[in-house]
Design a protein around this ligand. Structure first.
Ligand SMILES: NC(=O)c1ccc[n+]([C@@H]2O[C@H](COP(=O)([O-])OP(=O)(O)OC[C@H]3O[C@@H](n4cnc5c(N)ncnc54)[C@H](OP(=O)(O)O)[C@@H]3O)[C@@H](O)[C@H]2O)c1
Length: 240
């Protein structure tokens, strides 16, 4: 896909990984519709940085836990500008092991991390109505190498990986659906031991923003014969 002049919707695009992805798209000449939940001022800042790169940017607010509102979110985004690229980035990541999980924790993770990307992708594919499109689901090395901490998160991402492959088949040949499985990109915003977090990373370091951006641009701009693929950008973390 020639990216110049195309438009993308990035969920959770205001800050952190979503901002890295939004800026990488803008750098490649893609207009960006930045979805945010509660981070309005960060969204405005990212909007300004995108515009400085010479492309257009819009903001759209929605709580992804409100599943009934998601068709409306896609309609609203489409009215701002029809888009050809969808990046399902927004997610929650809570440190809950199996014995701590309450029903509402389980349902919240599945709603935001799995059901919302599905409903947004479904509405997007209907809007495209046979035109060429790209969907990238942001996954985690944990999706394919489960661990006990962050259990509902891990299950939601494993299911999103399965959804990525199923939708790749369902939406072919016009829409490719791929996953970007991330590792140590940015430390959780609630802190943590930065050294310990990379002890199990063969690359021995945190990722650079450009490494994530380049992978996304490959999946949306260069991977014309690749669908249902899960590209790990995790310094080898999923291998050990
Ligand atoms: N950080 C890493 O190193 C890393 C590693 C592996 C995978 N990932 C994946 O990369 C993606 C982004 O990670 P991150 O670290 O940037 O996450 P983060 O800092 O926790 O940010 C989460 C994003 O999701 C949005 N969001 C969450 N719940 C929402 C809701 N109910 N409604 C609307 N928006 C909601 C937030 O929007 P608002 O702030 O506007 O509410 C925010 O933009 C996730 O899919 C994550 O699983 C990240």
């Amino acid at each position: 896909m020639n990216l110049k002049g195309k438009t993308a919707l990035v969920t959770g695009g205001a800050h952190r990984v979503g901002k890295i992805l939004s800026l990488a798209l803008a750098e490649a000449g893609v207009n960006v519709i930045i979805h945010y939940g509660s981070s309005q001022s960060a969204a405005r800042q990212t909007e300004a940085e995108i515009q400085q790169k010479g492309v257009r940017a819009w903001l759209i607010q929605a709580d992804l836990a409100d599943l009934k509102g998601l068709e409306g979110l896609v309609e609203q985004a489409w009215q701002l500008n029809p888009f050809q690229i969808l990046v399902n980035n927004a997610a929650i990541f809570e440190a809950l092991s199996w014995n701590q999980v309450r029903l509402e924790d389980w349902q919240r993770h599945l709603s935001i991390n799995l059901t919302a990307p599905f409903l947004i992708s479904q509405a997007f594919a209907r809007k495209l109505n046979g035109q060429e499109g790209r969907i990238v689901n942001i996954l985690d090395w944990r999706a394919l190498r489960p661990v006990d901490d962050h259990l509902p998160y891990t299950i939601s991402k494993a299911a999103l990986a399965a959804l990525t492959r199923s939708l790749a088949v369902a939406l072919a040949p016009t829409i490719t659906v791929n996953g970007l499985a991330l590792g140590a990109i940015l430390p959780p915003s609630d802190g943590g031991d930065l050294e310990a977090a990379i002890q199990s990373v063969p690359a021995g370091r945190w990722a650079q923003a450009e490494e994530v951006g380049r992978a996304l641009i490959y999946l949306v701009g260069g991977a014309t014969y690749t669908t249902g693929e899960i590209l790990h950008v995790d310094g080898g973390r999923h291998l050990i």
